[in-house]
Design a protein around this ligand. Structure first.
Ligand code: C2E
Ligand code: CA
Ligand code: CA
Length: 556
């Protein structure tokens, strides 16, 4: 072609462009190139001129290109014609490929059509974009895919209808250990675990870190539960750090895709649900399989949690009071307050079901506050009408973890205007187990409010006898499970006898709960138990009935 096709000024402008510029005939024969094009592709001007432009294209563009030229209409964008994305690939003389962006202009001269292509090397931009995409889809310290990418991969597997299971694995004890050994230990643990999980899951598994101490694993393994158990096991192996070994464990949940499953999120959610089930109930080997039944139970639990929250907030709870009587003569000394919950949808729910739920979900704080206030209001009312009675309030182990518990009790006492000598706080041994030294301090602070303390369910927990003498406890409650078996089962008798003499030697009273028969009552009376509580005397009753009972005189 004659260079005069391009005017001299135009040709000089194009020559200084940093984009590679090619002009071709309608058939694709290169008739003009600029310097940048030669540098970009490694071909000299002589090598390019007269050749077909498709020499700088890799397959499959090469094949499509002739068609493109034939079909080109000025109103078409190039990407439209080539069916490609926003960028294309070009190939250098040495065969290496690189990403480019291409703009095309078309002009006619003497009835001939020419194309001018502007080719921009976007390798650097693509690299930066890839890096960004990697960062957005991968977890920083481990380099594992993150939750976003994981979901995408699960979706692809489901779309292909390949058999797939998702395992969610939560590392147990992570934050506790990290707190003790510092931030760097946390990163180290996560990296080691990531590595071990990847090794164990093998090439057929995709390990991803979804957040914090939670991992998700997609696998085609036909025995995903066994794999989950092995994954938990590798997390439990000691992790060397500084000069010590760090010990963690894991709980996992498995969800297996059924034919026709298409929603990756729900598969992950099911695995999550099963994992939190393992976490809560310490399921065998730390692994639970998601089943419809588990799903139903968890749905009931989450409905229950929601309703319970509302009940606590909207005054939907009530109290039942169970008399405590003097063993000697049946005189009513007071009552234990037992919380009751009736829900329109769920019916009557037992505290043995909703108290643990309240503890797990954090509702227990407000629930305990409500029970305490309501109980002390009753006590204040009795005291105003001249009744000398006590009221026992159950506090959960979680309550004892609150540093302001004693202050809250003190505030409730003054706000309700009761005399604290009538208040008994019942705590279980497990409340003391975590940190006996701190528990002792907190118990003293509670005692300082002028109330009494009673150790509930005594004999069932892991009470440390050496600490018992440091606890400012006024009474021990012999657990119903022992009372139930007296006087016939020798070891229950032995336990009851031991508790009574232990209490006596520590200057504490004993209360027997769950007394149902006269035989139990007379046996325990002889042992020296001072206070009885149980169906033999009265079931828990509404407060107005309790008041009547207390006024009516001794029972039993
Ligand atoms: P607990 O503190 O050991 O309460 C005694 C439980 O034994 C009560 O069950 C009571 O109804 C039952 N009971 C009393 N006498 C007898 C008897 O003679 N025979 C039998 N078979 N059972 C008897 P309830 O009310 O279902 O409470 C169960 C548990 O729920 C309580 O055990 C306590 O741990 C917890 N709880 C109840 N109310 C509260 C509360 O207000 N706060 C907290 N934190 N826990 C509570
Ligand atoms: Ca109790
Ligand atoms: Ca008890």
């Amino acid at each position: 072609m004659s260079v005069d096709l391009l005017t001299a000024p135009l040709s000089s402008i194009l020559n200084s462009s940093i984009d590679g510029v090619f002009t071709t005939t309608a058939k694709g024969t290169i008739v003009w190139v600029n310097g940048a094009a030669q540098r970009m592709f490694g071909w000299s001007k002589e090598e390019l001129l007269g050749k077909n432009i498709n020499m700088i294209m890799p397959s499959p563009y090469k094949e499509k290109h002739d068609g493109f030229l034939a079909a080109f209409r000025p109103d078409h964008g190039i990407t439209h014609v080539l069916g490609a994305g926003r960028w294309l690939e070009a190939v250098r003389k040495d065969g290496t490929r690189f990403p480019v962006e291409v703009g095309i202009s078309v002009f006619e001269d003497n009835g001939e059509r020419y194309f001018t292509g502007f080719v921009r090397d976007i390798s650097e931009r693509r690299a930066a974009e890839n890096r960004l995409r990697f960062l957005a889809t991968h977890d920083q310290p481990t380099g594992l895919p993150n939750g976003l990418l994981f979901i995408e991969r699960v979706k692809e597997a489901l779309d292909r209808s390949t058999p797939v299971a998702v395992i969610v694995l939560n590392v147990v004890g992570f934050w506790r250990v990290a707190e003790r050994h510092g931030r760097f230990s946390a990163e180290h643990m996560i990296r080691v675990i990531a590595c071990r999980l990847r090794d164990e899951a093998g090439t057929a598994g995709l390990v991803s870190r979804i957040h914090g101490e939670s991992f998700a694993i997609m696998t085609a393994d036909t025995e995903p539960q066994a794999l989950a158990e092995r994954l938990c096991a590798v997390v439990s192996r000691p992790i060397a750090w500084d000069s010590v070994n760090l010990h963690l464990s894991a709980a996992a949940g498995v969800a297996i895709a059924k034919p026709g499953d298409i929603v990756p999120d729900s598969l992950l959610q099911d695995a999550h649900a099963a994992a939190s089930h393992s976490l809560r109930w310490g399921a065998c080997g730390g692994v639970s399989l998601f089943t419809a039944d588990l799903g139903n139970r968890m749905a009931r639990e989450s409905l229950m949690e929601e309703r319970l929250r509302a009940a606590v907030a909207e005054n939907g709870l009530s109290l039942a009071l169970q008399p405590k009587v003097r063993a000697r003569d049946g005189v009513i000394l007071g009552a234990e307050a037992l919380v009751r919950w009736h829900d329109d949808q769920l019916g009557d729910v037992s505290p043995t079901e909703f108290i643990p739920l309240a503890e797990r979900s954090g509702v227990i704080g407000d629930l305990g506050t409500w029970v305490l206030r309501r109980s002390l209001e009753h006590l204040a009312e009795w005291q105003r009408s001249g009744l000398t009675l006590t009221i026992a309030v159950n506090l959960s182990a979680i309550d004892l973890r609150q540093p302001d518990l004693a202050a809250r009790i003190g505030r409730t006492i003054s706000e309700t205007g009761c005399n604290p000598s009538g208040v008994v706080i019942e705590l279980t041994e497990s409340a003391m187990a975590d940190d006996p030294v701190q528990a002792t301090e907190r118990l003293h602070a509670i005692k300082d409010q002028g109330v009494s303390l009673s150790l509930d369910d005594f004999g069932t927990g892991y009470s440390s006898l050496s600490y018992l003498r440091h606890f400012p406890i006024d009474s021990l409650k012999i657990d119903r499970s022992f009372v139930m078996d007296t006087p016939d089962v020798p070891n229950a008798v032995a336990v009851a006898r031991t508790i009574v003499s232990l209490a006596q030697s520590l200057g504490m009273k004993t209360v027997a709960e769950g007394v149902e028969t006269r035989a139990q009552a007379s046996f325990l009376r002889e042992l020296g138990v001072e206070i009885f509580q149980g169906f033999l005397f009265s079931k828990p009753v509404p407060p107005d009935i309790f008041r009547k009972l207390a006024l009516a005189g001794p029972i039993g």
